[in-house]
Ligand binder design. Structure first.
Ligand SMILES: [Zn+2]
Length: 384
């Protein structure tokens, strides 16, 4: 995610912090300092946000390590002010696996809350601690009480039965055990949208949701928008996935194209680009893909006006390739995640075609292009 920097690696997964999270941290410390004039109180606030941050990271690891058990890698974990995001390579296909991956995040917070409430109960007695959780009543260890409370809030928020929250995935995976995947997603998305509407009415002060009262209006409005968008993109993704079902890459790829050699000059590549309709070129050495030269790099390289510049000097050399016999639904996530407009297609290790990303979004076949809206890159593989 842009604007994030790495703070460490745990279990082979990089953990990133978005800079706005630091701004938030600074703001809370400053607000506390303004309110109390006490540096100690400000430091305590920082400590609390730090502890919250740890809880969020552990929540994401709950998803990531469960996914790992099913052979799914996690690219990274990023902390944003709205919460953590784990970027999974893909979601598991089997409903019971998706159920476990989704539920193990909130379960981490359940464990944390139980541990805190349990240890405080040893000191104050369970009745006293439970009674202080709600309504807010302070006991001496207010730091730990607040941390328990915020973990409980995280559980409730995450288990809302709506995408992109974990609860939405739980509902979808349960439905997918008895319905086709696409149908299950549609029903779960509809449920999420219904909830978004209720939240929105509540945010307007109409008291549409029982037990919630008008204090957190702006927050509710924000959640409503978040849920509405999440429901839409999840439904589109499922639709696309089922549309790509059992179409091989060979049927969607472009097989009429020009190839560059890594030893070709950039000037020659420029001439090729001028003469034809092709803007992005695969670079191959004796038929084996060694890179891609995209329009933007070619233009930048031509602007340098160095006649002896070679294609190998300016090409992208780490490009993912797909195999012509792969099914589109299986390569879709990797291709979208690569962020490249086109990926090379190989057969027995040799370059045979190009797969432009548009072909995934509007696959060939009867009744395909109708109604497919572009897919947000963020839609599919993120666990909040
Ligand atoms: Zn989660």
């Amino acid at each position: 995610v842009k604007g994030s920097f790495k703070i460490g690696t745990l279990f082979g997964i990089g953990v990133y912090l978005h800079f706005t999270f630091l701004l938030l941290l600074a703001f809370f410390a400053w607000a506390e300092l303004q309110a109390t004039g006490s540096v100690v109180a400000a430091a305590e606030t920082l400590l609390f946000v730090g502890a919250l941050f740890l809880c969020l990271v552990m929540h994401e690891y709950g998803h990531a390590l469960t996914a790992r058990r099913f052979g799914i890698k996690t690219k990274d974990i990023t902390l944003l002010p709205i919460g953590g995001v784990a970027r999974l390579e893909r979601m598991p296909d089997k409903p019971w696996q998706e159920l476990l991956v989704a539920i193990m995040g909130p379960m981490v917070n359940v464990v944390i809350a139980i541990l805190i409430v349990g240890s405080l109960s040893l000191k104050y007695g369970f009745g006293e601690v439970a009674g202080s959780l709600w309504p807010l009543r302070s006991i001496d260890d207010s730091f730990w009480m607040d941390l328990a409370r915020i973990n409980i809030l995280l559980i409730l928020f995450n288990m809302l039965p709506a995408f992109p929250m974990d609860g939405g995935r739980v509902v979808r995976s349960l439905l997918a055990m008895v319905l086709p995947y696409e149908r299950a997603t549609a029903v779960a998305a509809l449920l999420g949208k219904g909830m978004a509407v209720l939240f929105f009415l509540e945010a307007l002060g109409l008291n549409a949701v029982p037990f919630i009262h008008g204090e957190h209006n702006i927050l509710l409005g924000f959640i409503a928008v978040f849920v509405w968008i999440g429901a839409g993109s999840e439904a589109r993704f499922a639709m696309l996935k089922s549309r790509l079902h059992s179409i091989p890459v060979s049927q969607a790829m472009v097989s009429n194209f020009r190839t560059l050699s890594p030893r070709d000059t950039v000037e020659w590549a420029g001439e090729l680009a001028m003469s034809g309709l092709q803007h992005d070129f695969p670079v191959a050495d004796e038929g084996r893909v060694v890179g891609m030269l995209f329009k933007s790099q070619l233009e930048a390289a031509l602007a340098r006006q160095e006649p002896y510049l070679r294609v190998s000097d300016v090409m992208v050399d780490q490009v993912p390739t797909v195999t012509s016999s792969d099914m589109l639904e299986d390569v879709m996530t990797a291709v979208i995640a690569s962020g490249l407009p086109i990926v090379p297609v190989t057969s027995r290790g040799l370059l045979v075609g190009l797969l432009p990303i548009e072909r995934l979004l509007t696959p060939p076949g009867p009744g395909s292009a109708a109604g497919v809206r572009p897919l947000g890159r963020s839609a599919e593989d993120r666990m909040i």
